[in-house]
Every structure is written in structure tokens, then in C-alpha cells.
Design a protein around this ligand. Structure first.
Ligand SMILES: C[S@@+](CC[C@H](N)C(=O)[O-])C[C@H]1O[C@@H](n2cnc3c(N)ncnc32)[C@H](O)[C@@H]1O
Length: 277
């Protein structure tokens, strides 16, 4: 499996998902269109005010969260490698009258410094849910993130927990819990057969094969420290923002949890600040 092959497969899958996520059964954009978009409960509790901040939203998909942050007074740059995602984000920004506060850049994450030649100019780098799992080199990612932050600027990251990513619904246990799928410590990407979309289970997918990585928590944190960031906090959650496994139950806040016990962490979030302010 070459880099060109896994990247092509992942891009095709994400290009296809844009249309599914914008169609009925996909993302609910009613609050955003009404002028008061809401992030998931975890980010709402942790992120804090963004008004007046220059925000870089990496792997922004079709810009829903970018535009929520713009609605709150941030000046946002969103980046994603999917052309239909960026086209949809620009259309949505124009529709909402937010084009002056939200711009969108089509580029691979690893080309971000060329696509956005604005080093050390952002107050906040914002990355959430299903982002770093598509990236092959976490130490390089951490350096790129750090390079965009002003001294005193910070990264907010919320992501699937790597300990949960070793599990999968393709090999379920007898009690309906997900089975063991792939090792925690693996350097190669693992191939994943996407049987259903995480937002719209009824959608039929043409591009089902994806390739992703498990980045152990220690490697993520150490990569950020080595890139010059200071860890402010690290939270592990027994909830996640989407139905990661079929057995998860949605709670009243819209998060997904194990059915009857806390079992393993499902997600983590962290804040890390660039020193030198
Ligand atoms: C699960 S989505 C992120 C979801 C987003 N946080 C949201 O809630 O809408 C993952 C995004 O990563 C993008 N992506 C995957 N690999 C990428 C890469 N190498 N460079 C840039 N974007 C990438 C995909 O196009 C997709 O939009």
C-alpha cells in the first residue's frame, strides 16, 4: 500500500461523504442556519470564548464547526483536502453571511504551511473528531500545529481515544460489544471497511475502503511537547461525539456512551499552549 493509494482511497471516501452529510439524515444545520450553531457537549464545556481570536480549523470537513466559531466572533481559516468539502464550506459561509470571517483552504494537512503561509499567527488551532486518525506522521503533524500558533496561542484537540480504536463492530462479541480489531501499537495504517456512515446509517456508500492510524496517546502528547507546546490539561472521556460502535447509547446531551458501564475511554481532549508569550 503506497501513500498515493491510501490517500486516494481516503479522499474518495471523504469526497463522497460531503454530499451525504449535507443531505437529509446528515448533519443537522438548523441551529447554525438560525445563527446559533452548537458544538458537541464536550467542546462546549471545554473550549471557552473564541470572540476576537484568529482560529485555524484543521480538517474542517464542510466547515460546520468553523462557521459556528465564526458566528461567535472568531476569524476562522478552515483547511481540508476534500474539494467538495471546501466548496460546500464556502457556499455555506456565503449563505450565512460569514464569508468575511471564515475562509476555506483546500490542501493536504502536510501541505498546510505552504497553503497558509502565515506562521505563528493564530490564537487557536482547533481540531476535532475523526481528524488525526487519517494522518500518517503524528510528530510532523504536531510541528505543523505548533508552527501556526502565536506565542501564548493554544491547540484544542478532541479525538477518538486510541484505546477504543483497537475495537471494531466488524468482529462483534456475542454480547453485542465490539470485538478486537487491530493492535494499539502499529506503525502501518489499518484498512477499514466502512459499512455505514457515522451520521446517516441508511446511506449507501460507494467508497467503503479507508485507511487510518492509531496514534497512541503518549505519542500524541510527547509529539506536542517536543514541538514546543506545554500541556494545559488532558481529559479522557467515557463518551464520544458520534456512534462509534453500534452498541453505544445516545445520552441527553447528544454524546454516545457504553450501554451499561464505563468500560474503556471512548475519547480524549487536550489543550496545549505554545510557550513564549
Ligand atoms: C471526520 S472529518 C472531521 C469532522 C469535523 N471535525 C466535523 O465535525 O465536521 C475528517 C476530515 O479530515 C479530512 N482529511 C482527511 N485526511 C486529510 C488530510 N491528509 N489532509 C487534510 N484533510 C484531511 C477529511 O476530508 C474530512 O473532512
Amino acid at each position: 500500500m503506497t501513500e498515493a493509494e491510501w490517500k486516494r482511497a481516503n479522499r474518495a471516501a471523504w469526497d463522497e461523504l460531503v454530499g451525504i452529510h449535507l443531505a437529509p439524515g446528515g448533519y443537522d444545520l438548523a441551529d447554525l442556519r438560525a445563527g446559533a450553531g452548537r458544538l458537541n457537549a464536550i467542546e462546549e464545556a471545554e473550549l471557552g470564548p473564541v470572540a476576537g481570536l484568529r482560529v485555524l480549523h484543521l480538517q474542517c470537513h464542510f466547515g460546520r464547526d468553523s462557521l459556528i466559531l465564526a458566528q461567535r466572533g472568531a476569524e476562522v481559516t478552515g483547511l481540508d483536502f476534500s474539494p467538495p468539502a471546501i466548496a460546500a464550506a464556502r457556499d455555506l459561509a456565503a449563505e450565512l453571511g460569514l464569508a468575511g470571517r471564515a475562509r476555506f483552504v483546500e490542501a493536504d494537512l502536510y501541505d498546510a504551511q505552504t497553503a497558509i503561509p502565515e506562521p505563528a499567527s493564530f490564537d487557536l488551532v482547533y481540531i476535532t473528531w475523526g481528524a488525526i486518525i487519517w494522518l500518517s506522521d503524528i510528530r510532523r503533524w504536531a510541528k505543523i500545529v505548533a508552527s501556526f500558533l502565536k506565542p501564548g496561542g493554544r491547540l484544542y484537540l478532541a479525538e477518538a481515544h486510541p484505546a477504543a480504536l483497537v475495537l471494531d463492530d466488524l468482529t462483534p462479541a456475542a454480547d453485542g460489544m465490539p470485538g478486537f480489531y487491530t493492535p494499539y501499537f502499529a506503525s502501518a495504517p489499518f484498512a477499514y471497511e466502512m459499512t455505514h456512515d457515522y451520521m446517516n446509517e441508511a446511506a449507501e456508500l460507494r467508497n467503503t475502503r479507508q485507511y487510518s492510524w492509531i496514534h497512541p496517546l503518549g505519542e500524541v502528547v510527547t509529539g506536542l511537547l517536543d514541538a514546543g507546546l506545554r500541556l494545559d490539561w488532558l481529559h479522557e472521556h467515557d463518551a464520544v461525539a458520534w456512534r462509534m460502535f453500534r452498541c453505544l447509547r445516545e445520552d441527553e446531551a447528544g454524546l454516545f456512551r457504553w450501554p451499561d458501564k464505563r468500560w474503556l475511554p471512548l475519547s480524549f481532549s487536550l489543550s496545549a499552549t505554545r510557550s513564549g508569550a
